[in-house]
Each structure stands twice: as C-alpha cells, then as structure tokens.
Write a protein that binds this ligand. Structure first.
Ligand code: GRF
Length: 186
C-alpha cells in the first residue's frame, strides 16, 4: 500500500526480483494515480488497485474496499510503504499482525505527521526509521526493526529525509524477514 514516491515499493520489488526477499509482490493498493508507486507498479506489470479515498465517505468504507480487493490473494504480509491514510480496525483485524508500516523516526519518538521535521525541531542528534506492526494506535505497534541515522548540524529536511530513506531501503529485507518469521512462529 503506497501513496507517494514509491522508493520503498521499488526497493521491495527489486529485493523480491533478486531473491533477497523470498516473496512475491501480488498487488499494489494506492489512493493516488499521480504517485510514483502507481507508475512503478505499471512499469513492472504489478496489478494495481486505485482506491481514491475521496470516493469513500468513511475510513471504514475505504478499508472494506481494500479488503475486497486483497481477498483475491493469499497474503502473508501487507507493507504500508508510505500509505498516507489512517487505517481502521476493519483492516487491522482482518490482517492481524500482518500489516507492517515504515515510519521515519526511531519510535516511540516522533509519532505522527512529519516525523523528520519533528526530529529537526527537537534538535536531537540521532533519528532513524522503524518498521512496526500496525495497530489501531498510530505508530504504536510492535517494533520489528530499526536503524539509526545521525543528524548533522547542516542537515535540512531534504538531506535528512534522503538519509532516512536510504536507511529504510537498506533495512527493508531484514524487516520483512523478521515479520515473516513471526508469522511462521505464530
Ligand atoms: C517513507 O519514508 C516512510 O518513512 C513514510 O513514507 C515514506 C514513503 O516514501 N511512511 P516512498 O514513497 O517509499 O519513497
């Protein structure tokens, strides 16, 4: 599930193609036809479901539609790779402990909107990225993997985001393998 540039989605595809991750990406859910993720999916012949949130009256309605589409597949994991909508219990309960989110901070620090700016404003010296299980409380589920990224005195939002995203891409195969192991172990 992705709404934006799609660099993590592209990394996921690359890792599965190269067997760095032993998995198949069966579909992309996006809410944004202008997103990089949408284009990447098309270029890679990945089945894409475009669900514009503006066409649904409630978050729950959108989640039901997501489930309707994902039910066509036998899914192990769902990766929220920059999915910019809050999901509800409808989706979370259907795929309990199998939805993973990527957040650009070392949780539990800097939950919520623009974690990168939050870290810059707080003047911390280290931030990073977190892969975690999605639960109803935003950015609060079990942490699967984290990587630290130092903040330099000359950093701005752009430069810090670039390094955090590089850390996200590097960590992605490990985070997916940890999540896969957790499922296998029940
Ligand atoms: C990632 O940096 C992630 O931390 C946040 O959204 C961003 C998505 O980037 N949740 P991209 O679309 O994968 O490039």
């Amino acid at each position: 599930m992705a709404s934006g540039k799609g660099s993590n989605f592209a990394t996921l595809l690359k890792c599965t193609e190269k067997n760095i991750i032993n998995a198949k990406v069966c579909a992309l859910i996006t809410n944004n036809s202008d997103s990089g993720a949408f284009k990447i999916a098309k270029d890679n012949q990945i089945r894409t479901y475009l669900l514009n949130h503006k066409n649904y009256n409630t978050r729950e309605e959108l989640d039901y539609k997501i489930i309707e589409n994902l039910s066509k597949y036998s899914l192990d994991l769902i990766l929220m790779a920059g999915w910019m909508r809050i999901v509800t219990n409808i989706l979370i309960d259907k795929y309990k402990n199998r939805i993973i989110n990527i957040h650009p901070s070392l949780l539990p620090s800097f939950k919520g909107f623009d974690a990168i700016q939050q870290a810059l404003d707080a003047k911390v010296k280290i931030t990073g990225c977190t892969y975690h299980i999605v639960v109803p409380d935003v950015d609060s589920g079990k942490i699967l993997a984290q990587a630290a990224v130092p903040i330099n005195s000359i950093d701005n939002h752009h430069s810090l985001k670039e390094r955090i995203q590089a850390a996200e891409h590097k960590l992605l195969p490990y985070a997916i393998s940890i999540a896969g192991n957790a499922i296998r172990e029940g």
